[in-house]
Design a protein around this ligand. Structure first.
Ligand code: NAP
Length: 268
């Protein structure tokens, strides 16, 4: 089996990366940065996002696992103290694969139809540097509302505990193939009216955002990457055909992670 390791870059994470690389190589596993079967992320959920985007070209043949060197992560569940155990598991055990849905985002340009397609593990957010965004929101080909406000967030189930949660969105179990649309400070008055609640769309229900008026430049984030897009004609969001694979050597129940991260520690 071929493996790759992505480190957060701090001293502790780099040390764990070096140890894992050495021991796994000693177990005759091959270190391959280009096309690994297993990608180990060492850091936090932010590092996991980096690792995901670094290996986005081989999602169909690569599985991911995370060691967290900070607080408990949603994507990284192994602690630095468990690294030796994890190395043995990786070297000896065929692992189970759990798959989570992803978000597909297609940004189309007004002038020549340039089209950029992205996959997000957490979410996309659409904002503007100045004033409000104004969009026609279409769902499954029908006009749903005209949105005016700070922006919109469209998240995956596994991203529902990230930015989406801070916006009042619901937490969705990643076994559900869905995306969630949450508002950022919508303007609601006699002229503009939005639903005001998060919307959860099933697979194959596409959400299309079409800018209104002259403002066509948007700050669009795909997970942790943010970029300015000019002359935007539409932004299309739907559940992607691709999935992300996680290597599981032991159970890692989603609701336990939610409880441990947001509710309480049983020991307190
Ligand atoms: P960051 O601003 O340095 O960190 C954002 C925080 O979100 C970190 O604590 C990170 O955990 C955590 N996080 C990432 N994915 C998560 C998930 N699926 N569930 C729960 N928590 C999660 O940015 P970053 O590290 O580059 O990560 C980018 C992400 O930040 C975006 O995808 C977005 O979801 C999130 N974000 C959140 C807010 C907000 O909550 N108001 C605002 C902007 C962006 P670690 O510490 O383990 O890395």
């Amino acid at each position: 089996m071929k493996f790759g390791i992505v480190s957060k870059g701090d001293e502790r994470s780099n040390r764990i990366q070096a140890t894992m690389k050495q021991y796994l190589t000693d177990f005759n596993l091959e270190y391959d940065e280009t096309n690994p079967d297993l990608v180990i992320s060492v850091g936090g959920d932010g590092t996991f996002l980096e690792a995901f985007h670094q290996y986005i070209h081989c999602l169909g043949s690569t599985s991911f696992i995370g060691v967290h060197t900070g607080h408990l992560g949603f994507y990284a569940d192994w602690t630095p103290e468990e690294v030796e155990k994890l190395i043995i598991e990786i070297a000896k055990t065929p692992f189970q694969i759990v798959e989570y849905p992803l978000l597909e985002v297609t940004i189309r340009d007004r002038d020549g139809g340039e089209e950029n397609r992205f996959l997000a593990l957490n979410e996309t957010t659409i904002k503007t540097a100045e004033g409000s965004v104004v969009f026609d929101v279409e769902i499954k080909g029908s006009h749903f509302e005209t949105f005016r406000g700070d922006g919109l967030c469209i998240s995956t189930p596994s991203g529902s505990t990230a930015y989406n949660k801070a916006l009042g969105g619901g937490i969705i179990h990643p076994s559900l193939e869905a995306i969630q649309l949450t508002e950022m400070a919508s303007i609601n008055n006699r002229v503009f009216r939005t639903i005001g609640s998060p919307l959860i769309l099933p697979k194959h229900h596409t959400c299309m955002l079409k800018p209104l008026g002259n403002k066509r430049t948007f700050l669009i984030a795909i997970d942790h990457f943010t970029k300015n897009y000019n002359n935007v004609k539409s932004i299309q969001c739907r559940v992607a055909k691709e999935l992300v694979r996680f290597a599981r050597f032991r159970p890692f129940p989603f609701w336990d992670r939610v409880r441990d991260s947001f509710v309480a520690d049983d020991d307190v």
